[in-house]
Design a protein around this ligand. Structure first.
Ligand SMILES: N#Cc1cccc(-c2csc(Nc3cc(F)ccc3O)n2)c1
Length: 339
């Protein structure tokens, strides 16, 4: 069995990932070589042996799912030689998008989940990332209904910090939602994950950074109007989604679904933004932040940087600087949409 898994740099992984798109060249030209093993590991704790890194031989996934990512299931995994544990998303090569790796390789920020590497084994691609013991924000919501305003604001702020960084690097996340925000074991640190819908933003003649046509839309309830209308969109599409996520955190249910039937995309394009779903109990500045992020016109919509700044000032204004937030797994709150 031969392999070509190396310990390398992010740009090596970005370059290799482009050859995996659509099943990879080899699987077409030499179908019998569907057991090939290639990839790039970015940390020493994941050790390829003789240029191979194969499931059950060099690493094993633990029983039970951590979660379900875009196009693949997420497991806790352990390197057999080093005992190091991390998270791994395994998916079929047909569902793999090179952007999942080319957008996040080489990016490092406190609110963006670090990438540890990726390998292809036959017709499967596995992406390794840092293990986040607190699980996803989506899972936390399922456990506690909806979040108190201070904690929701804190998680929105951390998500916006991650988005601000991605947007500065001309990357659109493309599927901002509670399921794609992961938490540390103590619930205090939140990171953006899952670049399965991510896209590179390119400057047009007007200097706007837009994405190209091959964007795979994210979660319907969180899609911005310009996305559902098939327009070329920019980083502002993530800002709209982040405020849909905020409504989800505050209400315990996705926006739109209480008021409209599917297909929602027609309503998102036609109807006014879901401002009536902002809880009346919210601090006026919280409502202002959400309204500014739910402007239908992308040019009028606030940027991630602007919303994050307002959010930081508001948390200071509310006297919440680090840790004075409601308990992280407090008592269950009946989602507002079921009340
Ligand atoms: N650790 C962890 C953990 C716990 C719960 C959910 C998730 C989760 C939701 S989407 C997601 N995507 C993802 C996870 C990887 F390990 C690698 C690439 C990914 O896109 N992971 C991760």
């Amino acid at each position: 069995l031969k392999g070509s898994v190396i310990f390398g740099e992010p740009r090596n992984l970005a370059c290799l990932a482009k050859t995996w798109k659509g099943g990879g060249l080899n699987s077409k030209v030499h179908p019998q070589e569907t057991d090939e093993n290639e990839g790039v590991l970015l940390i020493e704790k994941l050790k390829a042996v003789d240029y191979e890194y194969r499931e059950d031989i060099h690493w094993t996934k633990s029983q039970g799912l951590l979660g379900t990512g875009s196009f693949g299931e997420v497991y806790k995994m352990e390197d057999k030689e080093t005992g190091f544990q991390c998270a791994a998303k395994k998916m079929r090569i047909e569902h793999f998008r090179a952007e999942e790796l080319t957008t996040c390789t080489g990016l490092m920020h406190a609110n963006v989940l670090p990438l540890y590497g990726a390998v292809k084994e036959g017709l499967w691609v596995t992406i390794f990332m840092k293990l986040m013991e607190g699980g996803s924000l989506g899972q936390l919501l399922k456990q506690c209904g909806y979040l108190p305003e201070d904690r929701a604001l804190d998680y929105l702020g951390q998500t916006l910090k991650g988005l601000e960084y991605l947007h500065t690097h001309n990357v659109l996340h493309g599927d901002v939602k509670a399921d794609n925000v992961l938490l540390s074991g103590d619930g205090n640190h939140a990171v953006l994950c899952d670049f399965g819908h991510a896209a590179h933003l390119y400057p047009d003649e007007m200097g706007n950074y837009l994405m190209t046509g091959d964007y795979v839309p994210g979660t319907e309830t969180h899609l911005a109007p310009e996305v559902v209308m098939g327009k070329r969109c920019d980083a502002k599409a993530d800002v709209w989604s982040s405020c849909c996520m905020m409504l989800h955190l505050l209400n315990g249910c996705h926006p739109w679904v209480q008021y409209y039937n599917h297909p929602l995309c027609l309503k998102i394009a036609k109807e006014p933004p879901p401002l009536r779903e902002i809880p009346s109990s919210c601090h006026p500045s919280t409502a202002h932040i959400i309204r500014s992020g739910l402007e239908k016109e992308p040019a009028k919509r606030a940027s991630a940087a602007e919303l994050r700044k307002w959010g930081d000032d508001l948390l200071v204004g509310m006297g919440i600087v680090g840790g004075l937030k409601s308990p992280w797994r407090g008592e269950y709150r009946e989602p507002r949409c079921l009340q």
